[in-house]
Design a protein around this ligand. Structure first.
Ligand code: TRP
Ligand code: SF4
Length: 409
C-alpha cells in the first residue's frame, strides 16, 4: 500500500482543548488559540469543547452569561473554520463522565498540588470583585485534568498561562497509573503474557527487565521493548501493553500523560496595547460589523509622544505597530517605520492597511456565521454529533478507570 494511504489508516494522535463561554470571541482569542485549533485539524484527531463548567468556577453567579454564550461561541468556532467533519465539537456539561473522573481523581490528589498551581493565587488576587474562595475554584485544574485524561489526549494546545494545568494533569495521570495500573492480578497476567513469548524469549525479557530495574540502563529497556514488539504477533494488544509496562516496572498505563502544545502564536494586544479582553473595553469581536471595526481602529491610541501630524513618532511606543506585526507584510512594515519616524505619514494613513486586513480576515467569518445563525438547528446538530462521538470515547475510558480501581462490581 502506498505510504500515503497507510498514513491515512494510522490513527492520528488526539488533540484536546477547551474554551470558556464567557463572551463573544475577539481577535485575541482568534490569534492566540482558535487559528491554531483550525490548523491542527489537518494533522490530529481534534476534540474541542465548550468548557461551561469551567466558566461556572468563576461565573457561578451569572447564569445568563454562560447560557447566552455557549452556542454563540460554537458559531464563532465554525465561522473561524473548525470543520465538524474533522473535529469533534461538544459541550462539557453534556458529558457527566467528566464529573465522574474528576471525583475519582480527587480522592488521591493532595491538596497541596492544587494550592500550588500558580494561577490559583494569581486569579484570586486579580479577580477581587468575585468570591473565589470556593471548592470549585480550587478544584478546577483537576477538572481540567479529567477533561484531558478522559479522552487520552496526546497533546493539549494551550497558552503559556495554562502550562501548569497540563503539568498537574501529567502528575495526576502518573499517580493514577502508579496506584491502579497494576490491578489486583497484574503480576499473574504479566506472567501469563510473558509465558506466551516462549522459553528463550521469556528468559531474555526477564534479563532485560531485571537489568533495567536494577541499573536503569536505557539499553536494556530498548532491547526488551524491541523484543516485545517483535513478538507482537503472539500477543494481544493488551498483553503487549502489559509487558511493556512490566518491563518499565510501571504497570499498565491506564491514563496516558499528555503534552502541552505551545505553537508560536502571534500576540495580538488590545486596542490600548494591554491584553485584549472584553472586560477592558479594548477588544474587537470576531464578528464586529465593519463600521464598528473601522471606528474602533480610527479611535485607537497611537504613540503618545506624536502629538501633531508633523511630529515624528516611534512605532515601538505604538499599539498600532503591534497590529502591523500581526497583519502586515514586510514591505508595509517598512513603510510604517519609515513614514512614522520621518513624519511622512499620518496615523490615520498608517492604520488603513490594518483596517483593510482585519476586514478581509473577518469577511469569510461573517459569511459562514450568517449561514449558521440562520440555521440554529444545524449548529445544535453539529454539537449533538460531537457530543455523542465524545461520549463513546469517554465511556470507554471510564470503563477502564472503574476496572483499574476495582469499581466494576
Ligand atoms: N481552563 C481552560 C481555560 O480557562 C479551559 C479548559 C478547560 C481547557 N478544560 C480544558 C483547556 C482542557 C485545555 C484542555 O482557558
Ligand atoms: Fe503609530 Fe503608525 Fe502613528 Fe507611528 S504612524 S504613531 S506607528 S499609528
Amino acid at each position: 500500500m502506498p505510504a500515503r494511504e497507510l498514513s491515512a489508516l494510522r490513527p492520528r494522535p488526539r488533540v484536546l482543548s477547551g474554551m470558556r463561554p464567557t463572551g463573544a470571541l475577539h481577535l485575541g482569542h482568534y490569534h492566540g488559540a482558535l487559528k491554531n485549533w483550525v490548523r491542527l485539524q489537518d494533522e490530529y484527531d481534534c476534540f474541542y469543547f465548550v468548557a461551561d463548567w469551567h466558566a461556572l468556577t468563576t461565573h457561578y453567579q451569572d447564569r445568563e452569561v454562560i447560557e447566552r454564550n455557549v452556542y454563540d461561541m460554537v458559531i464563532d468556532w465554525l465561522a473561524a473554520g473548525l470543520d465538524p467533519e474533522r473535529s469533534t465539537i461538544f459541550i462539557q456539561s453534556r458529558l457527566p463522565e467528566h464529573a465522574e473522573l474528576f471525583t475519582l481523581l480527587a480522592m488521591g490528589t493532595p491538596l497541596g498540588w492544587l494550592e500550588r498551581v500558580p494561577t490559583y493565587k494569581d486569579q484570586i488576587e486579580k479577580l477581587k470583585d468575585r468570591d473565589l474562595a470556593t471548592y470549585g475554584f480550587l478544584g478546577y485544574p483537576l477538572l481540567q485534568a479529567a477533561d484531558i485524561l478522559i479522552y487520552k489526549a496526546a497533546f493539549v494546545p494551550v497558552g503559556e498561562d495554562q502550562s501548569s494545568h497540563v503539568e498537574l494533569t501529567r502528575e495526576v495521570a502518573r499517580r493514577f497509573n502508579h496506584l491502579y495500573g497494576r490491578g489486583a492480578d497484574f503480576d499473574a497476567r504479566a506472567a501469563a503474557a510473558q509465558a506466551k513469548l516462549g522459553k528463550d524469549d521469556s528468559r531474555y525479557f526477564e534479563r532485560q527487565r531485571k537489568a533495567f530495574g536494577e541499573t536503569g540502563a536505557a539499553e536494556a529497556l530498548a532491547k526488551g521493548e524491541a523484543m516485545v514488539h517483535k513478538a507482537a504477533a503472539l500477543l494481544s494488544p493488551e498483553e503487549t501493553e502489559l509487558l511493556l509496562g512490566h518491563l518499565r516496572g510501571a504497570g499498565r498505563t491506564v491514563l496516558p500523560e499528555p503534552l502541552a502544545l505551545h505553537t508560536d502564536v502571534a500576540k495580538l494586544p488590545g486596542l490600548d496595547g494591554a491584553k485584549m479582553s472584553k472586560s477592558y473595553g479594548n477588544s474587537i469581536a470576531m464578528r464586529d460589523e465593519p463600521a464598528v471595526v473601522t471606528q474602533k481602529l480610527k479611535r485607537m491610541p497611537t504613540d503618545p509622544q506624536r502629538v501633531r501630524r508633523t511630529d515624528p513618532g516611534d512605532p515601538t511606543r505604538c499599539p498600532v505597530w503591534q497590529f502591523h506585526q500581526v497583519y502586515s507584510d514586510a514591505a508595509t512594515q517598512d513603510w510604517v517605520v519609515q513614514g512614522c519616524t520621518s513624519a511622512g505619514i499620518g496615523c490615520l494613513d498608517c492604520k488603513q492597511p490594518v483596517i483593510d486586513a482585519i476586514l478581509a480576515e473577518q469577511a469569510p467569518w461573517r459569511e459562514r456565521a450568517e449561514t449558521f445563525l440562520a440555521n440554529p438547528k444545524q449548529v445544535q446538530w453539529i454539537v449533538e454529533m460531537g457530543t455523542e462521538r465524545a461520549r463513546t470515547v469517554a465511556r470507554q475510558t471510564m470503563k477502564d478507570v472503574r476496572e483499574a480501581m476495582g469499581l466494576n462490581y
